[in-house]
Design a protein around this ligand. Structure first.
Ligand code: URA
Length: 436
């Protein structure tokens, strides 16, 4: 295999053969292809794109670069969910127990947050005792007993993606639709579920800033998954504004519990119900409307909340911290941010709010950073709300007192005020599915 020739052909706009793509992934995974050639390859793909066939082959090659989880013992009842990443996006904490309470088998590997977006594993680790690492045997045993296990990305799953993603992160090649689609779908294929719901975020707080780009990515991922024999539905949801009101790890657990147990019915509830209904509909083989009715009933009756407690407890988490949320970590220092103006909030830039939360200690700027589980933001007002000068817009929480001043400034820079109420944006923008 001549890597120089593969890079040159892609640079000049050629369609690569299956063997060229597989040889690149094999060679890069085992270290024969150096980072500088892999970086040049990614940049060539960034500018020249890939056909659906090329993207599908790249995805399968990455999925095959390490172990695959064998969930065949659960038949077609296995269900998985992925979000392309957002701010305040804690839907997994609701979707997973709600789907499992209806009989879906959810054996899930989740990621950590990076940059301004949060990750499910970090949120779960804010619950004292919760184990995000289980042996393959313990993981499958829990799935068999409880119907749910959620752990971090383990061991040798998609090592090609691990290497390539880290390289893309530092070579300005993350933002490429075939590279994102193959990165996400290789992990989903290797994780083994038969039914997959993808929450593709569109807006200022996500990778895909526009609905058109989000739709291209969603369409590509659905086609890759379907070609690999999975049922896949992509739901494009709004990420121009943070989802819900709580941002930061333990704070987000609180809001998820408020939906499952305390009757909170907000944008987070709406998006979570929609995602769960698509996932349960595919897995149980029932129409969306019927699935939606059952999901709402499971949440309203407390069935989904009880499943959450069973899951967290089985995985070592201290469920007294869920039953009494005041026992979860919360930043030692708090500060209210007051509105500098009268009027409507025209825009609350989700990425800037995410960066504010990062500054408070809720996320990582680099992979080595340690997270403060109690840090974050509770929003009192969001886009479209009318506010008075001096009214509280949000409360910031942190253990680092010195972070409060700069975080206040940053949060205020996310906001635009005006005299006219802005048009509300739809929460669920589009659904793309080839599920049978
Ligand atoms: N999430 C992933 O897992 N991979 C990407 O390339 C982008 C977002």
């Amino acid at each position: 295999m001549d890597m120089y020739e593969i890079i040159r052909r892609k640079r000049d706009g050629a369609e690569l053969t299956d063997e060229e793509i597989r040889a690149f992934i094999r060679g890069y995974t085992d270290g024969r292809i150096p980072d500088y050639q892999a970086a040049a390859f990614c940049m060539a793909v960034f500018f020249r794109d890939m056909t659906d066939r090329e993207t599908a082959v790249l995805t399968e090659a990455m999925a095959d670069s390490g172990d695959r989880l064998d969930l065949s013992g659960f038949g077609r009842m296995t269900a998985d969910k992925h979000s392309t990443g957002g701010v305040g996006d804690k839907t997994s904490l609701i979707v997973i127990p709600a789907a499992a309470s209806l009989g879906c088998v959810t054996a899930k590997m989740s990621g950590r947050g990076l940059g301004h977006t949060g990750g499910t594993v970090d949120k779960l680790e804010s619950i004292p005792g919760y184990r995000t690492s289980l042996s393959p045997e313990a993981f499958l045993d829990q799935v068999r007993r409880v119907g749910i296990a959620v752990i971090g990305q383990t061991g040798n799953l998609t090592p090609a993606d691990k290497k390539l993603y880290a390289l893309r992160d530092v070579t300005a090649t993350v933002d490429s639709i075939p590279l994102i689609a193959s990165s996400i779908m290789s992990k989903k294929l290797a994780a083994g579920a038969a039914n997959i719901v993808l929450d593709v975020k569109a807006g200022s707080g996500s990778f895909m800033k526009t609905l058109d780009r989000a739709a291209l990515l969603a369409d590509k991922m659905v086609r890759i998954g379907t070609a690999a024999g999975r049922n896949v539905t992509a739901v494009i949801t709004d990420m121009d504004v943070p989802l819900g009101t709580h941002i930061g790890n333990a704070l987000e657990v609180r809001e998820a519990v408020a939906v499952l147990r305390d009757g909170l019915r907000n944008d987070l509830y709406e998006v979570s119900v929609c995602l769960t209904a698509h996932l349960a509909g595919m897995t149980l083989g029932i129409p969306f409307g019927e699935a939606e009715r059952r999901v709402k009933e499971a949440i309203a009756s407390g069935l989904a909340y009880r499943k959450m407690l069973e899951w967290i407890g089985a995985q070592g988490g201290d469920i007294s911290c869920i039953e009494d949320l005041s026992k979860l970590p919360k930043g030692r220092y708090a500060a209210r941010v007051k509105s500098p103006a009268d009027g409507y909030i025209l825009k609350m830039d989700a990425e800037t709010v995410g960066r504010t939360s990062l500054h408070l200690g809720a996320g990582r700027a680099t992979k080595e950073d340690v997270i403060d589980p109690g840090a974050g933001i509770v929003l009192r007002r969001k886009t479209g709300d009318r506010v008075r000068e001096g009214e509280t817009l949000c409360t910031l929480y942190t253990d680092r007192k010195s972070a409060l001043g700069p975080a206040k400034e940053l949060f205020l820079s996310a906001l635009t005020f005006g005299a006219e109420k802005p048009e509300p944006r739809p929460l669920v923008c589009r659904v793309i599915s080839t599920a049978r």
